[in-house]
Design a protein around this ligand. Structure first.
Ligand code: FAD
Length: 419
């Protein structure tokens, strides 16, 4: 097979939510970008774009807004006015209210396929952008001056030469494997069963997280009074509920979540995701950066995965823009210096969010009886300590730590430097 050659500044492997958002952010800089995606983006069925919905933190809303994506999805988002945290069979209950935090919403629910379609639509109008999809990465090698990605697409091969490769190819990243980047991984032995349902009682913008002995179950508000259910269960139980007919399934879900939203009048199509905690040993390697689930993959309990990924996107795009500001057309996006800045800037946030998410799972999932009593008390105490709640709220809203320019509403580059 003869290979076509493509030369560009940045090649992104993986066009899920993280990869497509980065491609679009970089389209606002003079860098030329190639995006390689295994699935056909017109069908929007890749893991990023399925029936799942994502709780977008306020920081993510700002990033998407600065990028010019928010307006095209705004009619489809549902603001979260309150988060209600409880534990089945315990007396502790905690509520975080947008009004108490002085914000119009604690975050926004948006279906992945809608965000994915908006990003790929916008990419259709981007300058200096090439998409190669459906296509699979065959191999990737990093040399001192360039990376070479060999990509197979419907019987033809493209050899992409770029100065920087970005791994946005998800939790089982092939780029990571090709480059020998090690990971620390833990299998939670749990699955998240996800589906959309229609409850009897209006959700009124309330999000619910209920901790049960099997795992957390979340109900997140969607448009049309639907809720997105994320039901975490040990693997055998998840396999069992996936086999049930709708009536039996509804009964089981109701028994786990309770009746805070009344009865579920309708339940949608279910899918199950194995849950894995994964952390790449480094988010950079020579001429390579890792973003999204390829860098850090989290349990969905706190709805932080994509929010973290979007901060990867905003910060990587910013350090690359800074090197353009400093060196002009001589800027090398794959040079060690911008990559090191990216690594250092992301480190604390990734550590904190990974530890927080895993801590929640350990705290609620694997405690012995005496701890269970204090768990209830802990939730009550948490409700009574406004400082603790405010800290959690700011954190989950994506507004803590050093914010990127995009999260502050500022463009990556001044207009004269962006073309
Ligand atoms: C049940 C569940 C609920 C969640 N809820 C939330 C939430 O409320 N809030 C939140 O912030 N996060 C949430 N997350 C996390 C969020 O879904 C992920 O963080 C996000 O999807 C990561 O996107 P990604 O683009 O990094 O990876 P992926 O979505 O895995 O995308 C990777 C892409 O790379 C492509 N690809 C893979 N290999 C190759 C290859 N070799 N060649 C070419 N292309 C390739 C794939 O086709 C895919 O499109 C949830 C996760 C789960 C499982």
């Amino acid at each position: 097979m003869r290979a076509t050659e493509l030369v560009c500044d940045v090649v992104i492997i993986g066009g899920g939510l993280a990869g497509s958002a980065l491609a679009y952010a970089l389209a606002q800089t003079p860098l030329s970008v190639a995006l390689v995606e295994a699935r056909d983006p017109r069908r929007l069925e890749q893991p990023s774009f399925d029936a799942r919905a994502t709780a977008l933190a306020n920081g993510s809303q700002r990033i998407l807004s600065t990028l010019g994506i928010w307006d095209s999805v705004a009619a489809s988002v549902t603001p979260i006015r309150s988060i209600h945290i409880s534990e089945r069979g315990r007396f502790g209950v905690s509520r975080i209210l947008a009004a108490e935090e002085g914000v119009p919403a604690l975050g926004y629910l948006l279906e992945n396929r809608i965000l994915g379609a908006a990003l790929w639509d916008a990419l259709g109008r981007a300058q200096r952008f090439t998409s190669i999809a459906p296509a699979r990465l065959e191999s990737l090698t990093a040399g001192p001056d360039e990376v070479v990605a060999r990509v197979e697409s419907q019987g033809s091969e493209t050899m992409i030469r770029a100065r920087l490769a970005v791994a946005a190819d998800g939790a089982s990243s092939q780029v990571r494997d090709e480059l020998g980047i090690t990971v620390i991984a833990d299998d939670y032995a749990q699955h998240a069963v996800i589906l959309n349902c229609l409850p009897e009682v209006p959700h009124a913008g309330r999000a619910f997280e209920r901790f049960t002995t099997d795992g957390p179950v979340a109900m997140l508000p969607l448009t049309g009074n639907r809720v997105a259910a994320v039901w975490t269960l040990p693997r055998p139980e998840a396999e069992h509920v996936m086999q049930l007919d709708d009536r039996e399934f509804t009964r089981a879900l109701q028994a786990s979540f309770g009746y805070r939203l009344g009865r579920f009048a309708e339940v949608g199509r279910r899918s199950a995701y194995p849950l894995l905690r994964l952390r790449s040993a480094s988010v950079v390697a020579p001429r390579t950066a890792l973003i999204g689930s390829a860098a850090v993959n989290l349990h969905p309990v706190a709805g932080q995965g994509f929010n973290l990924a979007l901060r990867d996107v905003a910060i990587l795009a910013e350090v690359l823009s800074d090197s353009i500001l400093e060196s002009g057309s001589d800027a090398d996006p794959g040079a060690a210096e911008p990559l090191e800045r990216y690594r250092v800037w992301r480190h604390k946030d990734q550590d904190r969010v990974a530890a927080f998410t895993h801590g929640l799972i350990k705290f609620f999932g694997y405690a012995s009886a005496p701890v269970e009593v204090s768990r209830g008390l802990g939730l009550m105490a948490f409700d009574l300590i406004p400082g603790a709640k405010a800290a959690l709220a700011r954190h989950t809203m994506g507004l803590s730590g050093r914010l990127s320019r995009l999260a502050r509403g500022l463009p990556l580059l001044p207009p004269r430097a962006s073309s």
